[in-house]
Design a protein around this ligand. Sequence first.
Ligand SMILES: [Zn+2]
Length: 320
Amino acid sequence: MCIFSIEKIPVALSNFHKQALLAWSMIFKHSFSPTNYFIWNNKNICYKYESLFFENWFKNGINRVSQLFNQDGYLFTYQEFLSHYNIPVTPKQFAIVFGAIPNGVIMLFKGCNSFLSSSEIPLPDPADTYVGRICFKSTVKNNREICFLFLHDWVSTPHVVSRWNNLVENILWKKVWTFPNKYLLVNKVKEISFKLIHRYYPVKTFIVSKLKLSIDVNCTFCDSQPETLLHLFWYCDHTRKLWQDICQFIVDYIYKDFELYFKDVLLGFVIFEKQHENLFFPIILLAKYFIHKCKTMKVTSHSSHFQEDVKIYINSLSTS
Ligand SMILES: [Zn+2]
């Protein structure tokens, strides 16, 4: 059924049947609801570490946990259960099933008979489920999507990925996500970069559009242009001067062909020879944090102050 665990099912299964059950579990993976929470072969409803299955209950249509509750949202007593279903159930079976219902599920039903009144909602047609549509109805067989279903954890891709992919070619996303953690940078530095990539850094235009506040949207630094993400972190004269000074420093001391574009600032790294990667990357992240800090303090960004930040960072590494 919906959330069984193959290891906990109280029968020995061949590999073929294990595979068949696994595929079946995929279909109902996202269909949890109190009304469709099954008693049988549910990995969370166990007796002596094994999930349950009583054929006589099953054949009499008792399959869902919601059927074990009375109209007031409380578990049936033994007498209530017998008179309600009128089927022969031993006190031992009753105690096993009712004792196995997790407290959390009991809490979910407590005093809420809206779930109970709708307990006869039929199961969805497998072909209409998310998995069913991919496997049975798709006109183009997408092996990657089918393969993806069998991964243990679902991974959702942030919507910004496709957005930036449309604007910038060949983004190495793995590096974008993992590089900030490769360096000894404190979280507040990494956080700014993360917010920029996800487009929820609170520049003034963002605050106005999302929070509907009526505030002055002009740039904190120059006060002459609307404060957009692109303006604050790239086009503003004050910010540009900072990036120019950083580039000049890198050209003079590290890599003479260094060039910097907004995509590099946004995503946090520049693709050049690998030996320089370790230097560019933290500098770009620190610079973005520095811009943020200046905005918060309402002071214009000045490269001499940024140099101090970089020195502090380098000193912090010296003992590592
Ligand atoms: Zn500005």
